[in-house]
Design a protein around this ligand. Structure first.
Ligand code: ADP
Ligand code: MG
Ligand code: MG
Ligand code: MG
Length: 400
């Protein structure tokens, strides 16, 4: 179908596109809204009122929306996003939106409308519990990692995938915004003056910089498995019984601990922020216990699933070495702690923040809790080897 050159869609042309794709029956009544709240892309929701049929059309812009046209950004990320969602669907079709159409020239993806779900970040800020989430995320990550790794794939197929998911421009954003800028006095950083003392202390911490630089090197060099690359609580849609992962434009071959680190870091920031969101002490304690359990259950599901795949479907010789899976999981764990630390630090003082902390109305409390977040992130980056297991990781969150 559509073979024209790239132009950004608008509410008119997005209807024309849906007509070319024969998505609806009555185009005169279509309701169109641009609902994107993200930093990089356009997201349109199209609804046909008579049939209640709806779709989402996401289009990458040739620049980062958050900064404007001064920050050009490859359209290839739309291909990366739809290709990776299709790859994840091979292992966990129930945890990604159905992809209905993709056009790499237009940087367009048409996908299932998930408006029956809510974005996890919002649910967590509102204090909602999701009983299946840990099981879903732990399984989703374990399958993605194992089935795209050298432990399972033929080495030719693995290297073909590394090529398919080579994503230099989006990786560079992570390399800068997660692993570099927050540790230096760089203008993209964004924090209130009241945090300057804590930030200066962080910048003067040579050990912290040293460790962050090593984590960055791991991100640059360890092409272990296909990652989502941006698995924060804004990339997860949930209901009580369903979990859907979206927005994988940062997907690439990287270190196995990265995705689970981002999930845990965002749960941890919510845990810290709950001190402001839930005033009732008992209710807050109960919810924070749920968040701890979410981390514990996700980790345990992840390791059980990963070990099962390793045992039953491992192909590469390394999977036959006695006990080697424990070594691999230990190193995933240690990397996880370090990557989670970088994520917490950059979400507190870097360019892109989290609503969990930023929405705290009492400014003094916001500052206090952001200081706690910085302390926790710093501890994780510096002392990742000293945190031995998931219980100690949880304790570090609960005692910050
Ligand atoms: P960005 O890459 O710009 O962050 P996202 O893919 O995260 O874009 O989408 C931005 C927002 O658009 C989401 O937070 C959500 O509100 C909405 N959205 C995205 N995909 C869907 C979908 N499949 N169904 C319903 N809403 C969606
Ligand atoms: Mg997003
Ligand atoms: Mg978003
Ligand atoms: Mg995105």
């Amino acid at each position: 179908t559509t073979k024209q050159a790239y132009t950004p869609l608008n509410e008119q042309t997005v209807i024309e596109l849906s007509q070319e794709l024969d998505l609806f029956s009555d185009y005169s009544s279509l309701e169109v809204n641009e609902i994107g709240d993200g930093n990089l892309n356009l997201v349109f929701r199209l609804v046909e009122p008579a049939t209640k049929k709806s779709v989402i059309i996401k289009q990458a812009l040739p620049y980062a929306k958050v900064v404007g046209e001064s920050w050009p950004l490859t359209l290839d990320r739309a291909r990366i996003e739809s290709d990776s969602l299709k790859k994840f669907a091979e292992f966990s079709p129930e945890h990604v939106p159905e992809i209905l159409y993709t056009n790499n020239e237009l940087a367009v993806t048409v996908m299932e409308d998930l408006s029956s779900h809510v974005i996890l970040r919002k649910g967590l800020i509102d204090g909602v519990t999701y009983p299946s989430l840990a099981q879903h995320i732990g399984t989703f990550i374990a399958k993605n990692l194992f089935y795209t790794s050298d432990f399972y794939l033929h080495p030719f197929e693995k290297k073909r995938l590394v090529q398919q998911f080579t994503n230099p421009e989006l990786c560079k954003i992570t390399e800068d915004l997660v692993f570099t800028d927050p540790f230096y006095d760089i203008e993209t950083n964004d924090y209130p003056a009241e945090l300057q003392d804590a930030v200066s202390e962080l910048w003067n911490d040579a050990t912290l910089r040293n460790k962050a630089t090593r984590l960055k090197l791991k991100f640059l060099t360890h092409a272990e498995a296909l990652l989502h690359g941006d698995l924060h609580s804004g990339s997860i849609f949930v209901t009580e019984e369903s979990t859907k992962i979206i927005d994988s434009e940062f997907a690439y071959y990287g270190p196995q601990g990265f995705d689970i680190a981002h999930f845990f870091a965002n749960i941890a920031m919510n845990h810290i922020a709950q001190r402001a969101h839930i005033k009732d002490k008992e209710k807050r304690a109960e919810y924070q216990l749920y968040l701890s359990g979410l981390i514990r259950d996700t980790w345990n599901t992840f390791t059980d699933t990963y070990k099962g795949l390793w045992r039953n479907e491992g192909v590469e010789l390394a999977t036959k070495l006695p006990g080697f899976e424990d070594e691999v999981l230990e190193s995933i764990f240690t990397d996880m702690v370090g990557f989670a630390g970088c994520e917490v630090i950059r979400r507190t003082i870097g360019l892109a923040h989290v609503a969990d902390l930023d929405s705290i109305a009492d400014f003094d409390e916001q500052i206090l809790l952001k200081k706690k977040a910085l302390k926790l992130g710093r501890d994780w980056v510096k002392n990742k080897q000293r945190i031995k297991n998931i219980e100690e990781f949880i304790t570090s969150i609960r005692s910050v």
